[in-house]
Design a protein around this ligand. Sequence first.
Ligand code: HZT
Ligand code: MN
Ligand code: MN
Length: 428
Amino acid sequence: MPESVDKPLEAKVNDLTITGATPSTPEVIPKPIVEDEDEDDDDDEDKPTETGEKKKKKKKKSKKKKKLTTIDSSYPEGVFPEGEWQEYPLDINSYRTTSEELRYLDRQQNNKWEDFRKGAEIHRRVRNKAQSSIKPGMSMIEIANLIEDSVRTYAGADHTLKAGVGFPTGLSLNHVAAHYTPNTGDKLTLAKDDLMKVDIGVHVNGRICDSAFTMSFNDTGRYDSILAAVKAATNTGIKEAGIDVRLNDIGEAIQETMESYEMELDGKTYPIKCIRNLNGHNIGDFIIHSGKTVPIVPNGDMTKMEEGETFAIETFGSTGNGYVLPEGECSHYARNQGTENINPPSKSAKELLGRINENFGTLPWCRRYLERTGEEKYLFALNQLVRAGIVEEYPPIVDKRGSYTAQFEHTILLHPHKKEVVTRGDDF
Ligand code: HZT
Ligand code: MN
Ligand code: MN
């Protein structure tokens, strides 16, 4: 659809690149005109020269450098690939799939869905890069920078609130289930047998794609069953989700899938448990968790999902207690909603809050991002904002020491007629 009437002008990103574009029929799957290719245009690298020798030097030089450019340059019409479509599960909803009225209703929201799809395409490209280039021995800071720089480059926005990183990159290892990202000075490096949850957030105009996967570098199949359990459990949650579905019932289905797996580790068999105090959540504009939570065990919550809602469906499996507690130095923060009238307790806290508002609004951020804005001795003021209730800390959350945890997560859109697993890729 042509540019919106219903969106404020300042909320648009990269107007220039899509000016004058006449978007094609929405039913046509958009094909990127510029595929990522080798850095140079030389496509005869492998052909022997007249003397029979191959152009080795040239090939080496151009080997793995991929052209990283804005996602808009790949989709100049501003129409991004759709995610995976799934029909709604309940029989009472079978009319939705074919209803012309509901499809029409859905098109009124097209700008919003396009923002999610653009974020999702950035997410897929960034995680492909992560999956091919992250190696044991790298520092956690290097890994975080690789991912976040890639998000920023694809987003190509001149302001953090237009498009880019949607929340700190989670790189939690082993018994740490979530909300670890390195702070400056962190010396931690990735080891071969680490099990790493990579949780990447991409936002476009405040529409946040929240999607995560788990990486292993062990080639003996050590973690295969926990990975299979959690991937299957998340897919169960996605399949069960839908308009008028009770949150409790999604939790029940997820647990049933997850806990049908076990894992043998060094001669001992462990049940794979759901981490019962972690859950999926509604996603709101610039608000990573708004409203409903989606349990991963039954919890008696009879609340239903509703038309038009967007959710992060995430599940966590563990060989430990299946219960997490906060532990370790905090890196993740976000402004608390509804605290606009609380007065910051000091001049430095007030100034820091100004910086936070200007750069992140209500999006979550981490210490490294604050430092990118030019802040340096901010910790005292930050802790004042935390104590005043203006800023919320999201410390790392951990299961039992020595246990292993895994996570898979997708963002889903509950369109009136069908649901869209917008962050789905060929990887997970
Ligand atoms: C909080 C802070 C962040 C939301 C889930 C999550 C990563 O555990 C209600 C349900 C980023 C995200 C969040 F910096 N959390 N998804 N991906 N973390 S949560 C939550 O705090 S609140 C789940
Ligand atoms: Mn996440
Ligand atoms: Mn999430």
